[in-house]
Design a protein around this ligand. Structure first.
Ligand code: ATP
Ligand code: MG
Length: 755
């Protein structure tokens, strides 16, 4: 068993131990009126899972008592979903409609017992007579009909003598019951409609409350597990089975919490609206929470089942963060799928000093994944890189290719930009570059430093592919309807360029496109000539950040303060789930600012890394800052297992900043080294002589030198241009190779300038 014992399994075990049942029989009883969604997956996992864990069996029963909404295509979709999740139903698929004759007999039996009657009130009267929560109902005068009259009328109902709604069959229970469901519930109604299986054989159809318990009984079900909204129906369930005095053993009903997920709608009715209104491409649209949708998008059954396992079985309804589901699929694919390169928005790069071509062998898997295999990557003079991976005027923290910064081509060489070509509108159309022949990955002797590695493809050999980027279907956490649809939930890229092995070798259906996310070859639209890939999920949760950005700013002090308005920090927390909220509160207690606290709280990986680091060195704020910037950036590029450094080393690094051994600027360099070599920070600092200089006697000459070199600026400062203070501090830091302690520099510069 994969999980701790939940309350249902506890009950099942007790029932087996006490000998109440010899064998466990459960059932999954969907109404075939739509495609199953992830909520159904939870129910499937519970019902089939329990049967499997206790060597019993689980029936798949189509609860098809509503002729106007049901269809065989939904039956097929339900069967597919169960099989796809890896379960097998007992015997053949069952249908409630197959029990219609038997159910009819039970109804006759109830009438004969004086426990059911034909009522001739209309719908509205029935509602009125039912009373309210605070008021008892009153019984219809038709309840006094004799058994014979009831039998005769019921038979006529069945024979089609009456119109829809003229009569109903009701149980005779208690019109003043506290549980309103027990106020003479309806058992049968007249519906002159064609049923997709029984055709026109019946024009009376049993109601859920009547059909469900008896179908369970007919099938020998022991544990009838359903969702919480049926809690009040349990009394009818029991009443019917007991009143009919059926031979034991009989089934019992148990309820668990329905699954809800944020950023989506879940009921089949709402999903049907999206399908019928063409807001999506069909029931299997990869943005829908249907199992057909997840499957087409590239989710694995393992990920879905893991998710069901993680959320557990509870008795209180709650909404689960969709990020948790996304985590499960990422987690599953991370260890499984080959990594390849695909350029979504190609920018041509011509490497002018490269002639000819070569094949570079590159592993499909990172070294920490227990799988082996490699492909040959063609490399040549003309390649494509991602448009985003070049910037002519980069911001400070940009680590990819720029006119002044070389970059490594993943698995290949380091290149440097030599020229930027633009069209008449100023849009960059091509980069001219040079490569360093001795910088090849794995045998790099060039000594050239790069800050990141980018993906690329060889222009001639790359294949054109269509990429469908999916995002959440709704833009708000608790969508009301179509007005909340996310207009950017689908983006189609017609001409992405992918390395040829993906198409020619077809090693897998799913791939990680380096730095982009996980992708799945669309099972329907993809062809050899026109391959199509669906984005399954990104490499990390891009919404955690968006949420943060969406945080409303704190109210301006001048604005009148609305009553009951929570402070901004509490608002951040409002969009967090319970676990995240708990972490957030804890981090605020550690005095992290709310931005840092939110980032950590929303990212389980980062947060656990933080906790590990904290247990090594208790400096909550400095550690958090290092982790949400440097470590988080590394994690954007690779999974946590691929990091060369661990929490302990980060703790050592931060400690060296805290006790002024190194400056925070140097710490960045050390961090770069750590993330490449995995060496301890102290070792790196030692090796490279990076220890911070705090001794004023050593810094003083550097300050003097800077002043001497910049007599003009010195004069300007003395003439009143105080802005130049920063310039001098910066120059001194630079001239010290970043090693001077900034505080000491500040003090010295100030002192000397005031002289
Ligand atoms: P919907 O409102 O989406 O149509 P439903 O409850 O009407 O759902 P059924 O086809 O009748 O759907 O359900 C089949 C089984 O799946 C039932 O036992 C039901 O309790 C369970 N189920 C349906 N939705 C969920 C959910 N969101 N979470 C857990 N179980 C669910
Ligand atoms: Mg329903």
């Amino acid at each position: 068993m994969t999980q701790n014992k939940d309350f249902l399994r506890t009950i099942v075990e007790e029932d087996l131990n006490s000998g109440k049942y010899k064998e466990i029989v459960t059932r999954f009883p969907p109404e075939p009126n739509g495609f199953p969604h992830i909520g159904h997956a939870k129910s499937i996992a519970i019902n089939f899972g329990i049967a499997r864990d206790y060597q019993g069996y689980c029936n798949l029963r189509m609860d098809d008592t509503n002729p106007t909404k049901e269809d065989t295509k939904y039956v097929e979709a339900l069967k597919d979903a169960v099989q796809w999740l890896g379960f097998e139903w007992h015997d053949e698929v069952y249908f409630t409609s197959d029990y219609f004759p038997k159910l009819y007999e039970y109804a006759i039996q109830l009438i004969k017992m004086g426990k059911a009657y034909v009522d001739s009130l209309n719908e509205e009267e029935i509602r009125e007579y039912r009373g309210s929560v605070t008021e008892a109902g009153k019984r219809s005068e038709y309840a006094n009909r004799s058994v014979e009259e009831n039998l005769e009328l019921f038979e006529k109902m069945k024979d089609g003598v009456f119109k829809d709604g003229e009569h109903v069959l009701r149980a005779k229970i208690d019109m003043s019951a506290a549980n309103m469901k027990m106020r003479d519930p309806l058992l049968y109604r007249i519906r002159h409609a064609h049923h997709f299986r029984s055709g026109d054989a019946w024009c009376i159809y049993p109601m859920y409350d009547f059909a469900h318990c008896l179908s369970d009984y007919i099938e020998g079900v022991t544990h009838s597990i359903c969702t919480l909204e049926f809690e009040n129906n349990r009394e009818i369930y029991d009443w019917l089975l007991d009143t009919l005095e059926l031979d034991p053993p009989r089934p019992y009903q148990y309820e668990f919490a329905r699954l809800g997920i944020n950023y989506t709608v879940m009921s089949k009715r709402k999903l049907l609206e999206l399908v019928q209104g063409n807001y999506v491409s069909g029931w299997d649209d990869p943005r829908l929470p249907t199992l057909a949708g997840y499957r087409r998008r590239g989710y694995t059954p393992e990920a879905i089942l893991n998710f069901c396992d993680q959320i557990g079985i509870a008795k209180a309804n709650s909404t689960v963060d969709v990020a948790q589901l996304e985590f499960c699929i990422r987690d599953d694919l991370n260890q499984k799928v080959p990594r390849v390169m695909c350029v979504l928005d190609p920018l041509k790069v011509t490497i002018e000093n490269y002639e000819g071509s070569e094949m570079i062998e590159a592993s499909y898997y990172p070294h920490d994944v227990p799988k082996e295999g490699s492909r040959l990557l063609p490399f040549s003079k003309e390649i494509y890189i991602e448009r985003d991976d070049f910037m002519e005027h980069p911001p400070k923290d940009y680590f990819r290719l720029t006119p002044h910064q070389p970059v490594r081509l993943k698995n290949a060489y380091i290149i440097a930009c030599t020229e930027v070509l633009k069209d008449e509108k100023g849009r960059i159309i091509e980069i001219k570059a040079k490569y360093y022949p001795d910088s090849k990955s794995g045998s790099d002797t060039s000594g050239i430093k790069t800050k990141s590695a980018i993906h690329w493809v060889s222009a001639k050999e790359a294949k054109k592919v269509e990429i469908r980027l999916y995002d959440r279907l709704f833009k708000v956490e608790a969508p009301e309807g179509i007005e909340d649809l996310n207009p950017n939930s689908l983006q189609i890229i017609k001409e992405a360029m992918i390395e040829p092995s993906v198409i020619t070798e077809k090693l897998d259906e799913r791939f990680q496109f380096e730095r982009q996310g996980y992708f799945y070859e669309d099972p329907i639209d993809s062809t050899d000539d026109k391959p199509v890939f669906n984005k399954i999920v990104g490499l990390k949760d891009s919404w955690a950040k968006k949420k943060k950005v969406a945080t409303p700013p704190a109210p301006k002090p001048t604005a009148p303060k609305p009553k009951n308005k929570k402070p901004a920090s509490a608002k951040v927390a409002m969009s967090l789930n319970a676990t995240q909220q708990k972490r957030f509160d804890y981090y605020r207690k550690l005095e992290l600012n709310s931005e840092v606290a939110t980032i950590l709280a929303c990212d389980a990986q980062l947060s656990s890394f933080y906790h590990d680091a904290l247990s090594e060195y208790s400096s909550p704020v400095s550690l958090a800052n290092m982790i949400v910037t440097e470590v988080a950036r590394e994690l954007k590029e690779k999974p946590i297992e691929a990091l060369k450094f661990d929490a302990k080393q980060i703790a050592q690094l931060v400690k060296m900043i805290d006790d002024a051994t190194i400056s925070s600027k140097i710490a960045k360099q050390v961090f770069e080294q750590m993330s490449q070599s995995g060496k301890n920070p102290a070792e790196i600092v030692e090796e490279k002589g990076l220890v911070q200089i705090s001794d004023p006697a050593k810094i003083s000459p550097i300050v003097d030198e800077v002043f001497a070199k910049n007599p003009e600026n010195l004069a300007k400062f003395k003439a009143g241009n105080e802005k130049l203070f920063g310039f001098f501090v910066g120059q001194v830091l630079k001239n010290s190779g970043g090693k001077a302690n900034p505080q000491v520099v500040n003090k010295l510069v100030k002192e000397k300038l005031s002289k």
